[in-house]
Design a protein around this ligand. Structure first.
Ligand SMILES: NC(=O)c1ccc[n+]([C@@H]2O[C@H](COP(=O)([O-])OP(=O)(O)OC[C@H]3O[C@@H](n4cnc5c(N)ncnc54)[C@H](OP(=O)(O)O)[C@@H]3O)[C@@H](O)[C@H]2O)c1
Length: 254
């Protein structure tokens, strides 16, 4: 049986992906650390949508965890038709004063295990010759963001990686897309320990982000920026000097 595997499915954008794909009748494998939250979502989706939802509790900031996720699926004969690498977190603080262990965990989660999961599941996607991978990047991927410097750089990696891989797979029906939301109303800023009252940007609804993502993935886009204002901003800044754009981005989170 085919499944959609969603990392970071216990809240925010990942949970909405789970809701939306369950509504479309897909079976799901949900991965995150919070077992209780995942079990509650699985129970709700089973009751509401009558789809099979498998829960896998895993800390994807640990180097071995991507292989463990893959081995879990392989040993249970769970065939993955769509991998959604959504789990991630950000840190908002001057880089010098960020905890290095936490930075390493962030890079392992946002970059290394995203790449590893993609590499592990790609052969079966290619064999099926359909489905694909959605990697959650960010509008922070398009320019440096001072005070979110390492996070923004991690998302620049995800964007570049996804577009490059999509091109490598152009002869097949396997799609790869980077999803680039702007500020979105989830637990993201709480995890980043950033006071919402300080936010200088309006937050989008995760439901809108996911709806756009699903539409654009189906159309075969290599990346999508969600929200009209975000799209315009990213477009305009291409015509401005990089240092100016960086300075303005830095003012948002100082
Ligand atoms: N919200 C925004 O403004 C925004 C903007 C652009 C991009 N994004 C990106 O969107 C993605 C989803 O974030 P969100 O906004 O939905 O925030 P969120 O509500 O905090 O969700 C983050 C998800 O990632 C999971 N996660 C965090 N650390 C993990 C770990 N070590 N191992 C496994 N799972 C882990 C969390 O589950 P557990 O805590 O249960 O593990 C949770 O399910 C992230 O990649 C984020 O960078 C967010």
């Amino acid at each position: 049986m085919a499944y959609i595997l969603i990392t970071g499915a216990s809240s925010g954008i990942g949970e909405i992906f789970a809701n939306e794909y369950a509504r479309r009748g897909n079976n799901l494998i949900l991965v995150a650390r919070s077992e209780d939250k995942l079990q509650a979502i699985a129970k709700r989706l089973w009751e509401e949508r009558n789809v099979e939802v498998i829960v896998l509790t895993k800390d994807l900031s640990k180097p071995e965890s991507a292989s463990e996720v893959f081995e879990f699926c392989r040993s249970n004969d769970y065939d993955i038709e769509l991998l959604i690498n959504n789990a991630g977190f950000g840190m908002i603080k001057d880089f010098q004063n960020q905890d290095m262990n936490r930075i390493e965990q962030m890079l392992q989660l946002n970059i290394c295990n995203l790449v590893k999961l993609t590499h592990l599941f790609l052969p079966q996607l290619i064999k099926r010759n359909k489905g694909g991978v959605i990697n959650v990047a960010s509008t922070a991927a398009f320019q440096p963001v001072p005070y979110m410097t390492a996070y923004a750089a991690s998302k620049a990696f995800v964007l570049s990686f996804s577009i490059g891989l999509k091109e490598e797979l152009k002869g097949s029906n396997v799609k790869v897309m980077a999803l680039c939301p702007g500020g979105t109303d989830t637990a993201f800023f709480d995890t980043a320990d950033y006071e919402r009252s300080k936010l200088m940007i309006p937050l989008d609804k995760p439901e809108d982000v996911v709806k756009t993502a699903i539409e654009r993935f189906r159309k075969g886009d290599s990346f999508v920026i969600t929200g009209l204002a975000n799209k315009l901003l990213i477009h305009i800044q291409r015509f401005l000097p990089r240092d100016v754009v960086t300075k303005v981005a830095g003012k948002l989170f100082k």
